[in-house]
Design a protein. Structure first.
Length: 532
């Protein structure tokens, strides 16, 4: 619809995994190199994982399109099969004709003879299973046993398992450990960073026939697109496509940040993964003379002259100003390391100073507290526990915070209880741990009775190093921390944060004490020179 308007020959942001449109970020190049290495060196089992929409299937299609005639392959895109159905599919795909063997033994004899023939004629055979996190344990075991087909020197079959991060949980479970031990090469595809997001857009636009580079998406639009999409290529495609359609409908040749926000809001259906992974969009500043004011109360709400809505917004603002701080001051605080207990006013002052330094990205405090934040039972409530340290980090504010559940998960097996799983993950199963798991797994009604196969999510803790308004500064500090050997990441603003902020975090810890201890021993006193 908008192709002619923007001077394009075809749509640049289709969701089909076309190798022609592939953009090879650093992470994708590493993944492709490992896949190619797995093929040429006959490494047997290869594991490729990545979040939804990171480009796993596109990489597989790119690999297949570059295979030469010496490589035979079978590509299974839907592994929700019984073992009998899987054997039939493998037979049909391998022998290129519909053969239904009378027994599994007959098929295995024929299949092994075929693999031996491939080896003798220096041909390589690979079995690629997409969406492998959907595999049943029974079928996963059958696939593992196929890998036993080998000569004295080489593997006769290479098996590529491609799936979402849940596949790691399956392989780490008792039923999957035998397969895990067979995996010779593994890689997890990271999302794109800000620079790669811009390059990704330009690459697809260029292939689609864009006449000039960098003229459709403005710089602020690229930054907002990165923040809203979390760097996931599929989400970038959806947002970019909707933004271009919106620009076309408004007869605009360039796309600015508000259009990306509008596209994002149109996608953020109730309960969707976008709302879970991304906070409310960045507010759009409106001048006083504009007819359509913007009121931000956790999400952007537009109104046109309705006095009643204005009054409700004022009342809500007064409640937030006077009631919430009072509520927070009466929440209980616990203290560690026999640290002095700060007064409520001192705690507010210290928190305000920390937030100011974090937002500005500069300044040094002589004393610095590490805060452990945990969500309250209702919106607006937050309980705070304080650990006071002697010397502060230079130019860094350190906060230990609970992330959304789902960073770690496991699948319950027969006989598991919530206490057993808590001890396995956290090393302890006290009331706090059980309450936390019940909060993040509302389907659990009885802690002593968990359904077999039920997925249990475990919230983890990270150390929040600093919050910036500029994603470039966040990426810069993240890279410095990685260079020093820390597991650092950049995350966009979360609920309750200033819109457009970017957090630099370190680590993923199973409890508050472990995170705080790591911060004290390894991060305190660190200094990094940030760019202007």
């Amino acid at each position: 619809m908008y192709n002619e308007f923007f001077g394009l020959k075809e749509k640049p942001f289709n969701l089909t995994p076309s190798p022609r449109f592939i953009y090879m970020s650093e992470g994708h190049r590493e993944a492709m190199a490992l896949l190619t290495y797995g093929v040429t060196e006959r490494k047997g089992f290869i594991l490729l994982t990545g979040e939804v929409g990171t480009g796993k299937t596109t990489l597989v299609h790119n690999l297949i399109s570059n295979l030469d005639s010496s490589v035979e392959h079978v590509y299974l895109v839907n592994p929700l099969l019984t073992t009998e159905e899987f054997m039939d599919f493998l037979a049909f795909s391998t022998f290129k004709k519909r053969i239904h063997f009378r027994s599994k033994a007959d098929f295995l004899l024929e299949f092994q003879e075929y693999l031996n023939d491939c080896f003798q004629h220096q041909r390589i055979f690979i079995l690629i299973i997409d969406e492998a996190h959907k595999l049943s344990f029974e079928l996963l075991e059958e696939i593992r046993l196929l890998s036993n087909m080998e000569s004295a020197e080489e593997k006769l079959i290479n098996i590529f398992l491609v799936g979402q991060p849940e596949l790691n949980d399956i392989l780490n479970s008792p039923n999957g450990r035998a397969t895990l031990q067979r995996i010779g090469v593994r890689y997890d595809i990271p999302p794109l960073n800000l620079k790669e997001t811009g390059e990704y857009l330009e690459k697809r636009l260029s292939i689609a026939g864009a006449p000039r580079k960098g003229e459709i998406f403005q710089k602020d639009a690229v930054e907002t697109l990165y923040r809203c999409s979390q760097g996931l290529p599929r989400t970038i495609n959806i947002l970019a496509d909707n933004a271009m359609l919106l620009a076309y409908s408004q007869n605009r040749k360039t796309i600015a940040a508000p259009m990306i926000e509008e596209a994002f809001k149109s996608m953020s259906l109730e309960g969707s993964f976008l709302q879970e992974n991304r906070p409310s969009p960045q507010p759009i500043e409106i001048e006083e003379e504009e007819e359509t004011p913007v009121i931000q109360t956790g999400h952007i709400m537009r109104w046109k002259g309705w006095a009643l809505i204005s009054l409700m917004a004022i009342v809500l603002a007064l409640v937030l100003i006077f009631f919430v701080p009072s509520l927070t001051n009466h929440l209980p605080s616990r203290h560690y390391n026999k640290a002095p207990v700060p007064s409520a006013d001192e705690a507010k002052k210290d928190t305000a100073s920390t937030e100011k330094n974090s937002s500005a990205g500069e300044g040094t405090a002589s004393k610095q507290a590490i805060h452990i934040s945990q969500q309250g039972d209702h919106p607006g409530a937050e309980a705070t526990e304080t650990i006071t340290h002697g010397e502060s980090l230079k130019n860094l504010a350190v906060i230990v915070s609970e992330q959304d559940a789902g960073s770690k998960s496991t699948v319950a097996k027969k006989g598991d209880t919530l206490s057993d799983l808590a001890i396995k993950v956290y090393g302890v199963a006290g009331d706090d741990e059980i309450s936390l798991l019940k909060k993040h797994n509302p389907d659990i009604k009885d802690v002593n009775l968990i359904e077999v196969g039920q997925k249990i999510s475990f919230p983890t803790y990270t150390i929040l190093i600093r919050t910036y308004n500029s994603v470039e500064k966040a990426d810069y500090l993240c890279q410095q921390l990685k260079n020093d050997g820390f597991e650092a990441n950049v995350a966009s603003s979360g609920p309750g944060d200033a819109a457009g902020s970017f957090k630099v975090t370190v680590g993923a810890f199973k409890n508050k004490n472990e995170a705080a201890s790591f911060a004290t021993k390894n991060l305190e006193g660190k200094h990094y020179n940030m760019p202007d």
